[in-house]
Design a protein around this ligand. Structure first.
Ligand SMILES: Cc1cc2nc3c(=O)[nH]c(=O)nc-3n(C[C@H](O)[C@H](O)[C@H](O)COP(=O)(O)O)c2cc1C
Length: 191
């Protein structure tokens, strides 16, 4: 069974990111996937210190925190929906700290994310969707570097208040389509 994991990077549970991630996961589940969601604000995931300890045996991060429990979930999943609000033209701090910890996933040693499917959901207050361009670019390049691909980014401009995205059926439809796509059987080998 295909396993799809949501990474919810907004500190505002019940807000726009949370709703978009849920739409994606519900659609994937309805299409037969096993789904789970990691709410980053509820996990203790420390900042990367750039100490390079993760690149040396035994490849354990200096931070001994919840990333140790999260990594096997990432390894086990086939596909992900990453969700973050736009914060100052970038991702939320929770999401950036999480991504920085992928530093230990580089190269062939782990291949933790290699070959997996990714989607991104991205609400923002601005009515101009190009405000999300740096976040889309960051994930597109970072995932490419790790041997996987950002399939689609669903942008939700004009969402300043929690729940604003509920009034955007076109955004919901894109999230549902993304969820259905993510739960298709993996086409590329992971390693
Ligand atoms: C610290 C902070 C920075 C933000 N920076 C931006 C920004 O640069 N551009 C923008 O359009 N919206 C910005 N916003 C608005 C959020 O992206 C918007 O409210 C989003 O819908 C929040 O999603 P959430 O409900 O999932 O938390 C910012 C909000 C906060 C709290």
């Amino acid at each position: 069974m295909v396993k799809v994991v949501g990474i919810m990077g907004s500190p505002r549970v019940g807000g726009n990111t949370d709703r978009m991630v849920r739409w994606v996961l519900d659609a994937a589940q309805e299409a037969g996937a096993q789904v789970a969601c990691i709410v980053l604000k509820d996990r203790r995931i420390g900042h990367c210190f750039g100490c390079d300890v993760c690149h040396q045996p035994p490849h354990r991060c200096f931070n001994q925190d919840d990333m140790e429990a999260v990594q096997p979930v990432l390894e086990d999943a086939h596909a992900f929906v990453l969700g973050t609000p736009v914060y100052w033209w970038g991702p939320s701090g929770h999401m950036k700290s999480f991504v920085d910890r992928w530093y230990g996933f580089q190269g062939d040693r782990h291949g933790t994310l290699r070959g997996k499917r990714f989607g991104l959901v991205l609400p923002m207050a601005d009515s101009d969707p190009s405000t999300g361009r740096h976040v889309v670019g960051m994930f597109s390049d970072a995932l490419d570097y790790l041997g996987c691909k950002l399939h689609e980014a669903v942008l939700a401009p004009g969402c300043g208040a929690p729940g604003d995205v509920e009034g955007k059926p076109e955004v919901q439809a894109q999230c549902v389509a993304l969820g259905r796509w993510l739960c298709q059987a993996p086409t590329s080998p992971r390693r």
